[in-house]
Ligand binder design. Sequence first.
Ligand code: SF4
Length: 148
Amino acid sequence: KTGRITKEALMTILVSACLLGIKCKYDGNDNFCPTVAELAGQNLIIPVCPEQLGGLPTPRYPAEISKGKIINCLGEDVTEQFTRGARETLKIAQLCKANRAVLKQNSPSCGSRFIYDGTHQNQLINGTGITAKLLIENGIEVISEHDL
Ligand code: SF4
């Protein structure tokens, strides 16, 4: 065993940074998930936070998808920042040739199966976050921390 890392031996996976313990969540905390962190030992992990990549601060006001737009709890339209974050995340995935992603469920950016319903009443519905959707449309397999 030489200890050399070969490209072939590693799978490149895009991961929601908050799942790895990075404090990029809207409230300044993280969503650390030990199962996701374990992936880091065996794969090349690319941590991303689409909302920060879109230019939003941390902490920031929580936002939900409502009628095709992203609206924060103050009623401000942050669709542009979320869209920019999704595009920047796709760019990173393509640069790194990551064809898989593990993204945080329920987020208006990262959710792959569930999102909040837009009422800011803590109600989940079936749906896909804006970044997860763009990645899927571009052929990247997106799963959540619950699918591992
Ligand atoms: Fe985590 Fe995604 Fe929200 Fe960033 S945008 S805090 S990575 S769920």
